[in-house]
Write a protein that binds this ligand. Structure first.
Ligand SMILES: Cc1ncc(COP(=O)(O)O)c(C=O)c1O
Length: 343
């Protein structure tokens, strides 16, 4: 596939902004190039625009070379930049499965690109053939696995079928992959030049507050994203916190196992309440459930100080609530509150 032919035509001759820190090679000890305040307070200098130390750490962790890694201010920035890179406003279209993560629609709208929402099956399984036929001609196709808000993973063989058929970019959003029983599709990167995989430090890794999204793709796509990104999109504090935290990755693995254990417990408990009509099996750190009166239960839980996500207005999600898995104590409180509902 010719990736260059998919890039927005008007960007092709663009010269990227060249920041002060991009312009010299070698080592220096006196920096009089970037109009910073010279008094050292730890953050008086602009950060590394290409985050080379952090990418080096992520390279070791994910076994993907640094030139195939792009970092964004959250995955949300990666989603937005992908649309900007490939789609001409008012002309090109984006496709995404529905229901799914809301930012595919929001970013498409902001960039004035029409979004084709392709409905999942009623039971939230993945309609491979329909996805292939209805995404034809869309420059970008967003697939989310495990999917938010359904919690379902897309079988790898189905994604491969889509990757083989789609004549544009296929973005697999793996924000919840660490909770999944399926493996990441990172290993398919070298096979499919049209594959982009997005992951984030906001979920299992526990760093939602620092805003760091990771995008993995061909060197070519990553080089284009580097060209169009804001020069210092990942701030110094984020780079430092992420680097330090990734040294403690065993802690994350332990926490992830605990969350998965709690997910089984909460799934079983939710299934026992007569007002919960269906608990959807989840491969993520949340559980979607169909309730007889979702708005009423939502208000009741709020009155007990517990906030969950009401997904009832989403496509195919009438009368559903999404429960994030909390700590053991928080989950027990949730179940306790549910036990007292309508009593
Ligand atoms: C599927 C999915 N992708 C991406 C994100 C956003 O990730 P980030 O915090 O890295 O912007 C979310 C957040 O809820 C999500 O559910």
């Amino acid at each position: 596939m010719n990736i260059k032919s998919l890039i927005r035509q008007d960007l092709k001759g663009m010269k990227a902004y060249s920041s002060a820190r991009d312009e010299f090679e070698g080592a220096a000890s006196i920096f009089l190039d970037a109009n910073e305040n010279p008094n050292n307070n730890g953050v008086n200098r602009y950060p590394d625009p290409l985050q080379s130390s952090l990418k080096n750490r992520i390279r070791q962790w994910k076994k993907v070379s640094s030139d195939k890694i792009f970092l964004g201010n959250g995955s949300d920035e990666c989603i937005d930049l992908l649309i900007r890179l490939f789609c001409t406003a008012g002309k090109d279209e984006v496709a995404a499965m529905a229901p799914s993560y809301g930012m595919y629609a929001v970013s498409s709208r902001i960039n004035n690109c029409r979004l084709r929402e392709i409905l999942l099956n009623e039971d939230f399984t993945f309609p491979t053939k329909k996805i292939i036929s209805e995404s034809k001609g869309a420059k970008l196709l967003f697939l989310c696995s495990p999917n938010n808000p359904t919690g379902f993973s897309i079988p790898e063989s189905d994604v491969v079928e889509v990757l083989e058929a789609h004549q544009g970019i296929v973005v697999i959003d793996e924000a919840y992959i660490d909770f999944s029983s399926q493996r990441s599709l990172l290993s398919l990167l070298s096979e499919f030049p049209n594959l982009v995989v997005c992951q984030t430090l906001s979920k299992a890794v526990g760093l939602a507050g620092i805003r760091l999204g990771m995008l993995f793709a061909s060197e070519e796509i990553v080089a284009w994203l580097n060209k169009i990104k804001p020069p210092y999109n990942i701030n110094q504090l984020t780079q430092e916190v992420a680097l330090n935290y990734l040294e403690k990755i065993e802690l994350v693995e332990k926490q992830t196992k605990e969350i998965i254990r709690e997910r089984s417990k909460v799934t079983a408990s939710l299934g026992q309440f007569p007002f919960i009509k269906k608990v959807f099996p989840s491969d993520a750190n949340f559980i979607l459930a169909r309730i007889d009166e979702a708005n009423d239960l939502y208000d009741y839980l709020l009155s007990k100080g517990i906030v969950v996500r009401n997904r009832s207005t989403q496509t195919l999600c009438e009368n559903t609530l999404r429960f994030t898995i909390g700590t053991e104590e928080e989950n027990n409180e949730l179940i306790n509150a549910l036990s007292n509902y309508r009593k």
